[in-house]
Design a binder for this molecule. Structure first.
Ligand code: IPM
Ligand code: MN
Length: 355
């Protein structure tokens, strides 16, 4: 029997509540399938750990995680710790050390999910964002000079390497080809005259290798307008780290809300573990009340099952989420219901068993 070793980092705020449901669903899937199992190891890293030890994770945290097949992350962030500390020392460290250069984020409106756009339905909103996840505007390169002086200067560089751009764009082309979809590149070459002109050139170069894939190229400002006015034109989308970050929150807003938004941080070569997470954050204002929505985490574990080579189960989980939404009986308050977090996980398991 194949046993997947999963490092579980529930993290802060609502992280532990939603992760419990993700683990519940994965265990149920393994029991139903019978040909694989999960071995979960939980790590208490995050902001509480930081307040006790002065670190978000132990010094050898990365070495510890290296031995796992995947990481399941809840959320990072707590009002008592500056965000740039908590995020850089845990989430971003893991993404960078494990070269998780693909951030795969579905923006797919399921039947039964709320959509704020007038007259739009599931047939109109079905995209997959491929966000560059290792460099770009989030490379962490820059300087803070003359701190506190009148001549204070800060510089935040955008780092775009040929290798980094090529690999993410090529990944997106492969995905578009395999799914027989169009690929849209989103950039900003008219204003960012180095980084984004370079990005556009590489996109055009690689497009020549994929004559079968229809392509579009948009400026990010226009793209954000089209995502609202005409989302149907986007299928597979590839973009830089910062633009992908912003546009996938916009995507979440038109595809059911943050309670349904998931992301996979992938190292496609599988040299390092990949990491799966709901992308809603720690929501400290509602933590501990068990009213957080675990559906984004269920979606993230569906991405994990896809990545492990069980797309049939990945699809079943999405179908189960859709069934919960359509039934409308077991939803958390963000989706207009009054169910508790564990009840939603139980409902997913019940639906899976009936499939
Ligand atoms: C996300 C988050 C992170 C990011 C933050 C918390 C650093 O917003 O995963 O989208 O921007 O990557
Ligand atoms: Mn974000």
């Amino acid at each position: 029997m194949n046993t997947y070793k999963i490092a579980v980092i529930p993290g802060d705020g609502i992280g532990p509540e939603v992760i419990r449901e993700g683990v519940k669903v994965l265990n149920a899937v393994a029991a139903m399938d019978g040909s694989f199992a999960f071995d979960f190891t939980e790590f208490p890293w995050g902001c509480d750990y930081y307040l006790e030890t002065g670190r978000m994770m132990p010094e050898d945290g990365i070495e510890i995680l290296q031995g796992f097949d995947a990481i399941l992350l809840g959320a990072v962030g707590d009002p008592r710790v500056p965000d740039h500390v908590s995020l850089w020392d845990l989430l971003l460290t893991i993404r960078k050390h494990f070269d998780q250069y693909i951030n795969l984020r579905p923006v797919k409106l399921l039947e039964g999910a709320p959509c704020p756009l007038k007259g739009m339905g599931p047939a109109d909103i079905d995209m997959t964002f491929v966000r560059e996840n290792s460099e770009g505007e989030y490379a962490g390169s820059g300087a803070w000079l003359f701190k506190g002086q009148p001549n204070e200067v800060v510089i935040q560089d955008g780092v775009f390497s040929r290798h980094g751009c090529e690999r993410v764009i090529r990944y997106a082309f492969e995905l578009a080809r395999s799914e027989k979809k169009s690929l849209t590149s989103i950039s900003k070459g008219n204003a960012l005259n180095y980084s984004m002109v370079f990005w556009d050139e590489i996109f055009a170069e690689i497009a020549k290798e994929y004559p079968d894939v229809p392509t579009h190229s948009y400026l990010v400002d226009a793209a954000s307008m089209f995502m609202i006015r005409d989302p149907k034109r986007f299928e597979i989308v590839v973009t830089s780290n910062l633009f992908g970050d912003i546009l996938t929150d916009l995507g979440a807003a038109i595809a059911g809300g943050m309670g349904l938004a998931a992301g996979a941080n992938l190292n496609p070569e599988r040299k390092f573990p990949s990491m799966f997470e709901p992308i809603h954050g720690s929501a400290p204002d509602i933590a501990g009340q068990e009213i957080s929505d675990p559906l984004a985490t269920v979606w993230a574990v569906s991405q994990m099952l896809d990545f492990f080579g069980h797309p049939d189960w990945g699809k079943k989980l999405i179908d189960a989420i859709e069934t919960v939404l359509k039934e409308g009986k077991t939803l958390t308050p963000d989706l207009g219901g009054n169910a508790k977090t564990p009840a939603v996980g139980d409902e997913i398991v019940r639906i899976l068993k009936e499939m």
